[in-house]
Design a protein around this ligand. Structure first.
Ligand code: T5A
Length: 212
C-alpha cells in the first residue's frame, strides 16, 4: 500500500508521519518511510539544489529537477518495495508538483501531467492525507519556537519557502482543487486540530482500509 501525505510547508506532515510509523510498527507492519524530493543518493543531491540553492531556478527547470528526483525514487525504491508487499509512507508525491509547480508557479497543467506520468511510471497512491492550513498560520507554526521574524523573505527559509504568501495561497488552492477532483483518494484533515486528534483520524481511516 502506498500512503502519501500532502500539504503546504509547515502543515504538520512530518509530525504525523512519525506518529503513524510508531503506530504501524507496533502493529507489526513493515513500513518504509520516504520523502520527496530525496530518498536515493542522486535524489538527495537534487533536493539540495532545489531547496538550498541561492540562485534563481526557472519554473520549468524546477519542475524537471523535482521530476528527476521522483524518477529515481520511484524506479529504485518505491516500485520494488510495493512489489514485495511493504507499506510505503511517502512525504509528498506528484500532488505536490501539481500544487506547487502548476498552481504556484503557473506551469500549464496538461504539460505538467505528462511529465508526472513519465516520472511516476503510473504509480498512484492508494490514499493521500492532505493537512489543510492557511499559509500564514503554517509559517507562524514553523517558527513558533524561535525568534526568527515571521516573514516569507527571511534567510532561514529554504528556496521554496521564500516564494511568498501569494504563492502559498495559490498552492493551497491547487490542493483544494485536486481534492475536489479526486475525492476517492484524498482524505482532507483540518491541520489546526491537536496532533493527537489528527493522528486518531488518520489511524481510523487506515484501519478501515486495511480491513477492507
Ligand atoms: N515541492 C516538493 C515542490 O515544489 N514540488 C514537488 O514536486 C515536491 C515533491 C520540500 C519542498 O519542496 C516543495 C514543497 C516544499 O516546499 P521539505 O523540507 O520537505 O521541502 O518541506 P515540507 O514537506 O513542507 O516539511 P516541513 O517540515 O516544512 O513541514 P511539515 O512536515 O508539514 O510540518 P512539521 O511536521 O515539521 O510541523 C511544523 C511545526 O508545526 C508543529 C510541529 O511541532 C513543528 O514545529 N506542529 C503542530 N503544532 C500545532 N498543532 C499541530 N497539529 C501540529 N502539527 C505539527
Amino acid at each position: 500500500m502506498l500512503i502519501t501525505f500532502e500539504g503546504i510547508d509547515g502543515a504538520g506532515k512530518t509530525t504525523q508521519i512519525n506518529k503513524l510509523v510508531t503506530y504501524l510498527t507496533s502493529q507489526n507492519r513493515e513500513v518504509l518511510t520516504l520523502r520527496e524530493p530525496g530518498g536515493t543518493e542522486v535524489a538527495e543531491k537534487i533536493r539540495t539544489i532545489l531547496l538550498e540553492s541561492r540562485q534563481d531556478i526557472s519554473p520549468i527547470g524546477e519542475l524537471l529537477l523535482f521530476s528527476a528526483s521522483r524518477t529515481e525514487l520511484v524506479q529504485q525504491v518505491i516500485v520494488p518495495a510495493l512489489a514485495i508487499g511493504k507499506t510505503v509512507i511517502l512525504d509528498r508525491f506528484f500532488d505536490s508538483t501539481t500544487a506547487y509547480q502548476g498552481y504556484g508557479r503557473g506551469i500549464d497543467l496538461t504539460l505538467l501531467q505528462s511529465i508526472i506520468d513519465i516520472s511516476t511510471c503510473g504509480t498512484v497512491p492508494d490514499i493521500t492525507f492532505y493537512l489543510d492550513i492557511e499559509p500564514q498560520e503554517a509559517l507562524h507554526r514553523k517558527f513558533a519556537k524561535t525568534s526568527i521574524p515571521l516573514t516569507f523573505e527571511n534567510d532561514e527559509l529554504d528556496r521554496m519557502e521564500r516564494s511568498g504568501l501569494e504563492f502559498f495561497q495559490n498552492v493551497r488552492r491547487g490542493y483544494l482543487d485536486l481534492i475536489s477532483c479526486n475525492k476517492d483518494r484524498f482524505v482532507c484533515i483540518n491541520a489546526l486540530l491537536p496532533e493527537a486528534t489528527i493522528q486518531r483520524q488518520i489511524i481510523t481511516v487506515l484501519e478501515e482500509r486495511f480491513h477492507a
